[in-house]
Ligand binder design. Structure first.
Ligand code: COA
Length: 159
């Protein structure tokens, strides 16, 4: 499909579930921008630059995918890069309410853009970055959920 789609998130850190969504999007859309939100209300384990670097490393096999950091509103970033499509992953019904609210709010902020949803493979439907961080911090094995480079970064963080 022609055009640019933005897949925004915190990516603290990027997980195999995120990669699964990116892989699906890369097959459908000409250009996929993974937008790493620099400022977030969440207390992150990795800095914005670290989150971008990890996502770039992990997603480098996809030739039509680029990782960009953005500050401020997603709507402004979308205008800046000329994207009229936003992508979000839906893992379970529990994601829907928040996603519906965000999509509706973004429609107000950037009426020319639409939000599209993809679902990850079911083995990724229960992964979240915060669970990965918590398990890694407590010495648990998260190798099934993240790329080996992310695993190394997590080990380094909680060494
Ligand atoms: N696989 C695994 N985990 C996934 C996933 C998938 N496919 N999709 C989402 N998640 C997880 C994330 O890991 C994250 O887990 P955590 O909260 O436990 O750490 C959670 O689902 C949600 O994360 P994410 O998809 O990264 O969204 P977010 O809520 O962190 O990001 C932004 C939201 C950054 C997109 C949003 O806040 C934003 O647009 N900010 C910019 C400012 C703005 O425009 N605000 C107004 C918005 S209307």
């Amino acid at each position: 499909m022609k055009g640019t789609i933005i897949y925004p998130g915190t990516f603290d850190p990027v997980t195999n579930g995120h990669t699964d969504i990116v892989a699906r999007a890369a097959l459908i859309f000409d250009r996929v921008i993974v937008g790493v939100a620099a400022s977030t209300a969440k207390a992150t384990a990795f800095s914005a630059d670290e989150r971008v670097a990890l996502a770039r490393d992990v997603l480098s096999p996809f030739s039509n995918v680029e990782v960009q950091r953005f500050e401020g509103l997603l709507a402004d970033f979308a205008r800046q890069v000329g994207a009229t499509l936003l992508l979000r992953g839906l893992r379970a019904v529990s994601d829907f309410e928040m996603e519906f609210q965000m999509a509706s709010m973004n429609r107000k902020l950037i009426p020319e853009a639409d939000t599209i949803f993809l679902t990850p493979a079911e083995q990724y439907s229960y992964i979240s970055s915060s669970l990965v961080r918590e398990i890694a911090a407590l010495g648990g094995d998260v190798s099934a959920f993240v790329d080996k480079r992310v695993l190394a970064a997590l080990r380094e963080r909680w060494r």
